[in-house]
Design a protein around this ligand. Structure first.
Ligand SMILES: Nc1ncnc2c1ncn2[C@@H]1O[C@H](COP(=O)(O)OP(=O)(O)OP(=O)(O)O)[C@@H](O)[C@H]1O
Ligand SMILES: [Mg+2]
Length: 361
């Protein structure tokens, strides 16, 4: 139902003729072309122009909107969207509060770059109270790639329990719904039935699909690209719909393919690998985070050389401070609200952290 015709700021003669033609609100007017309106109402083309201008003003609001105003409105909307903390203060700050409860966030990268580790950490973070960066809800983890890393989750959860012992007493592993999916039938059943039901109960605030690429790469060959594109689009649309309807964070893990394109300009460094699944999938991704491996091992003690953080206190208490941590990199490739930026990360027993002094490596 749009704006009523009688509320339009236009000559009463035009309003009467429009009403006589059976058009009672702005929607009815907007559904017709200028010629159709002229024929139905018997008004002149200049009357119809006045009518359409009045409808536009009533629907969009009066006055002209400048680009600056649009930008300001979007910014204030952005800040209202709840975010999920990554469990890492520096990373959250750069991601302007964390991951959006809107659209699809993709984590893409080569094997062993830490994609699953980040997802596990998010499954723990989402359970924290809002005040501590969580969304006070559980997670659904849809696993399409082999076995779920139960032992690793337990290890991270133990550290989390220590770190947030003053905030919450609940068992972090109890709030993660695990769904193993071996083929498209399983995935469809999960996304069309189980997930909407679980979301409707209001307990799930994070959905992870690890990974989207595994099933598509196995099932489709290069001869059915149209079928693959359609299937990818419908999967992405279903996830986006659910994210927007229930205000949850949706993470899709993606793999990479070798970059075969030749780059003529030697100064521009081509990526060694590019995200799999092509442009159809990329079009549906709201925010793309790319992970990669970095050489060398450091210890947790090296990582936090300057800052005495709470993580470090927990690592000291649990005796893991001197254990080697692996080095990774996380890059914001695109996001509607973020500039492109790269972070040096480390993965330790306790989870993901930003490596202090690791920039540029
Ligand atoms: N306890 C730990 N301490 C230090 N590093 C760890 C620990 N557990 C995992 N890692 C690091 O994480 C890597 C595995 O990360 P992860 O399983 O997230 O990779 P992935 O990107 O999901 O790979 P794939 O595409 O094969 O699933 C290991 O190779 C190691 O470098
Ligand atoms: Mg993985």
């Amino acid at each position: 139902m749009g704006v009523s015709i009688v509320d339009l700021q236009v000559n009463p003669r035009i309003i009467s003729a429009t009403k006589r033609a059976g058009l009672h609100d702005s929607t009815a007017v907007l559904n017709l072309s200028g010629a159709e309106l002229e024929r139905l109402t018997g008004l002149t083309s200049s009357d119809i122009t006045q009518l359409k201008d009045a409808v536009s003003e009533a629907v969009l609001g009066t006055g002209t909107i400048t680009a600056l105003e649009i930008w300001r409105r979007q910014c204030s909307e952005e800040t209202r969207v709840p975010r999920l903390s990554t469990g890492c203060d520096q990373l959250d700050k750069a991601l302007r509060g964390g991951l959006l409860t809107k659209g699809i966030t993709e984590i893409v990268g080569e094997s062993a770059s830490g994609k699953t580790q980040v997802c596990l950490q998010l499954c723990l973070c989402v359970q924290l109270p809002v005040k501590y960066g969580g969304l006070a809800g559980g997670a659904m983890y849809i696993c399409t790639e082999g076995a779920f890393p139960n032992r690793r989750l337990d290890q991270m959860a133990r550290h989390f329990t220590q770190r947030y012992s003053r905030v919450t007493k609940h068992r972090f592993t109890d709030q993660i719904l695990l769904e193993h999916v071996a083929d498209f039938d399983g995935l469809d059943q999960c996304l069309q039935r189980k997930l909407p039901l679980a979301l409707a109960r209001g307990k799930i605030k994070l959905v992870v699909v690890d990974s989207v690429a595994a099933l598509f790469r196995c099932h489709y060959d290069n001869h059915n690209l149209v079928g693959r594109a359609k299937h990818l689009a419908s999967l992405a649309m279903q996830l986006r719909r659910l994210a927007d309807q229930y205000n949850v964070v949706v993470i899709c893990v993606n793999q990479v393919s070798a970059n075969m394109s030749k780059v003529s300009d030697v100064s521009s460094q081509p990526r060694q690998s590019i995200p799999a699944l092509g442009l159809v999938w990329a079009d549906h991704v709201t925010c793309r985070l790319m992970m990669s491996r970095r050489d060398g091992y450091v210890t947790m003690a090296d990582t936090f050389r300057e800052n005495e953080t709470e993580d470090r206190t927990v690592d000291k208490r649990m005796g893991t401070e001197s254990q080697p941590v692996s080095r990774k990199r996380l890059e914001v490739v695109f996001a509607p609200h973020l500039p492109p930026v790269v972070f040096p990360l480390v993965i330790s027993q306790s989870g993901i952290a930003v490596e202090m002094n690791g920039l540029g490596t």
